[in-house]
Ligand binder design. Structure first.
Ligand SMILES: [Zn+2]
Ligand SMILES: [Zn+2]
Length: 686
């Protein structure tokens, strides 16, 4: 008798045995199967076939294969197995996550062949906004994926060298393509993809944000009109996502573009992986399977013995370190592809002057100058809302979220107080809820307050605010982008939303406001993030025919981070930060995992972690450091108290082997019903 060992969406790190119902089939491994489980029915993936089971034969229930769906390939199962082992996550939950929602339910998308092989196929899978070229201007913006693409079919010497290195790679090799904004990284990706397609291979390209995929799709499909291109991200409708998955799996799709989840697309002819903006934190999933798509992509390239290209203007310090140590091969694109100077970066010392609602005289003068010349300015403030808190000066009341350890942010546009962590919102009170004082005061400033001040200072200027409140749908977001490109805005106020991947030809001034707080954050990755954010936002200026200027308002004008930005010296800053991390024993010089627990009371979460520490100490694993359980920085979220425990080792194998033993122990612990815990391997957020 054949025993099917099936991965099911159950929070247990094991497979489940079933008998095969009906006729024996040839290929069982990789097939989807429908099985009775508890009181219901589940769909799972057959991972292995065995001749015997630990369970008595008469206890085995029977599984029914889902018809009409092809078996998932062995390397896909192996990829899921790797994620289950490395992230210590139940294998059935990995396979479920890696499948598109329709296939998880054992359903086949209707008429997949007719849809997926129609010519030209790509537009059917494009997000709606990208299908309407009228929503974007014909030049500049439309192809502004990575700056203007004037060198459509000719490469600079640096680009040519990078393309040659990638296309001549034999087998697995990780390339770090380090190029400033506008240096033409996309052209290198496209050339490498071109050479893979010419050899009959498939290419996978990962990008950090859904918002960026339509632009990229337009550019890629214009470049490869004969190729079948599919996209995979959470914004694609269920049926289209399942069709894209099957098109990739059956080898009909030549190029797969997508966000982090597309790293799980099965691709039999996969010959190249590209991870653009590899430093971006959105490649790491922060819930469920807490995987890093960049790291999983590297595993996948190794598994398939193919090259992978990680591209960035500001590589993660981990990747930069690996390039320095020779583990990755570094490829540099030091110049902007279009002959342009880098923007002039300068600090404005705000200690010596009285600011007007957060704006210095220099910045106001610089904005006036742009208005006079008919150019655009962008004021970058990475905090949305009007003010981060509303307070009562007479009794000390502040707008606090009753579900989280956080303040409610004042949104004056619609007179609401909102929690940016849990989404709770209430109307702005007319008087202090505690003492009845009518004079409540906003403290600090967000983009709305800055907007109000700029409207007051420049009453005739056209001012656009771009943040998650003003661009809360793709439609609004694209309308805002179109307005900017059409020159219908003089001053932009934006959060990090505006920093990525957009090229504004008329933009010549970027003002940075309120960045200092991140200089002294407790998270050791905060300087890296701030540097990359400011480099990106600065890169928005002066990208067409006009030179750009970046003014950073700060109370710490001599801070090494700002000095490095002024010098455009990423490498110097990265090396300095890496030296600090080496001394402190932080990644990439150590490997980390966080065990997090949440419960209605903090004591419950801490008690679980204390038990986990005892279990860990009993294992007496070598080379492992265990830290004390502590409340998380945002200790209360949605009425749940959260605590965490850091585990560290200088050796990745030592950490992995310890975690495997430790998890086995933790799964056997008896847990209060209201306690939840999870493990985060290589955590990005603390
Ligand atoms: Zn009061
Ligand atoms: Zn809240």
């Amino acid at each position: 008798m054949k025993i099917l060992q099936i991965a099911l969406d159950v929070p247990l790190p094991r497979l489940f045995d079933y008998r095969l119902a009906g006729e024996p089939a040839d290929s069982l491994v990789g097939r989807l199967a429908r099985v009775p489980f508890g009181p219901g029915v589940k769909i799972g993936v057959v991972v292995q076939v065995a001749d015997t089971s630990d369970q008595p034969a008469d206890k085995l229930k029977s599984a029914e294969l889902v018809a009409d769906l092809p078996a998932l390939p062995a390397d896909w199962l192996e990829l899921c197995g790797f994620c289950a082992r490395y992230y210590h996550f139940p294998v059935g939950q990995v396979t479920t996550f890696a499948l598109p929602p329709l296939l998880r339910r054992g359903k086949k998308p209707r008429n997949p062949k007719a849809k997926a092989s129609a010519v030209p196929p790509a537009p059917t899978l494009l997000a709606p906004l990208a299908r309407n070229p009228g929503s974007l201007p014909p030049t500049g913006g439309a192809s502004a994926w990575d700056g203007p693409a004037p060198t459509f079919h000719s490469a600079t010497p640096d680009q040519a060298a990078a393309i040659k290195a990638i296309t001549q790679a034999s087998g697995f090799q990780t390339f770090l393509l380090h190029g400033v904004t506008g240096s033409g990284k996309t052209e290198v990706y496209l050339r490498a993809i071109e050479s893979v397609l010419a050899l009959g291979g498939q290419a996978l390209m990962l990008v950090p944000e859904i918002a960026l995929t339509p632009q990229l799709e337009s550019r890629v499909s214009a470049r490869f009109p004969g190729a079948q291109i599919v996209s995979a991200h959470s914004g694609v409708a269920d049926a289209a996502r399942a069709r894209a998955f099957l098109a990739a799996q059956e080898g009909r799709a030549d190029i797969v573009l997508g966000t982090r989840l597309s790293v799980f697309m099965p691709m039999p002819r996969l010959q190249l992986i590209v991870v653009d903006e590899e430093h971006d934190a959105s490649f790491k999933q922060q819930e469920g399977l807490r995987y890093s798509a960049r790291d999983v992509a590297i595993f996948r390239a190794k598994q398939r013995d193919i090259p992978i290209v990680l591209g960035s203007a500001t590589p993660s310090f981990e990747s930069f370190y690996h390039a320095g140590s020779g583990r990755y091969r570094r490829l540099d694109l030091p110049l902007r592809a279009v002959a342009l100077a880098m923007p002039r970066v300068a600090t404005v010392d705000t200690r010596k002057q009285k600011l007007q609602d957060g704006l210095s005289a220099e910045l106001i003068a610089a904005i006036s100058e742009r208005l006079r010349r008919g150019e655009q300015s962008l004021i970058f403030l990475n905090r949305r809302g009007y003010a981060p808190v509303l307070a009562c000066p007479s009794c000390g009341w502040i707008s606090h979220c009753r579900r989280c350890a956080a303040n409610l942010v004042l949104h004056l546009a619609d007179r609401r107080l909102r929690c940016h962590h849990c989404g709770l919102e209430v109307a702005v009170p007319h008087a202090c809820p505690d003492c009845g004082n009518l004079d409540l005061q906003p403290f600090g400033r967000g983009t709305q307050r800055l907007e109000a001040k700029l409207v007051e200072l420049f009453p005739s200027a056209r001012i656009l605010r771009i943040d998650r409140d003003s661009a809360d749908s793709p439609k609004k977001w694209h309308a805002l982008l179109a307005a900017i490109h059409a020159g219908e805005a003089d001053i932009l106020i934006g959060t990090q939303m505006l920093a990525k991947g957009h090229d504004f030809p008329l933009l010549t001034l970027v003002g940075v406001v309120g960045a200092d707080a991140a200089l002294f954050a407790a998270d050791f990755r905060a300087p890296e993030r701030l540097f990359s954010q400011l480099m990106q936002v600065g890169g928005r200026s002066g990208r067409a025919a006009l030179p750009g200027e970046v003014l950073i308002q700060t109370e710490y004008p001599d801070h090494p981070l700002y000095r490095a930005l002024i010098e455009h010296d990423y490498s110097a800053f990265a090396q300095e930060q890496l030296a600090e991390r080496d001394a402190a024993g932080f990644p990439p010089f150590a490997f980390q995992a966080l065990l997090r627990a949440e419960a209605p009371e903090l004591a419950g979460a801490l008690a679980f972690l204390a038990t986990a520490v005892e279990a860990a100490e009993a294992l007496a694993a070598p080379d492992i450091s265990l830290y004390d359980p502590v409340p998380m920085r945002l200790a209360r979220l949605k009425n749940r108290e959260r605590a965490q425990l850091l585990v560290e080792s200088r050796s990745r194998p030592a950490l992995q082997s310890f975690l495997a033993d430790w998890m086995t122990q933790l799964y056997t612990l008896k847990m209060p019903r209201d306690l939840r815990w999870h493990l985060d391997v290589d955590p990005l957020e603390f």
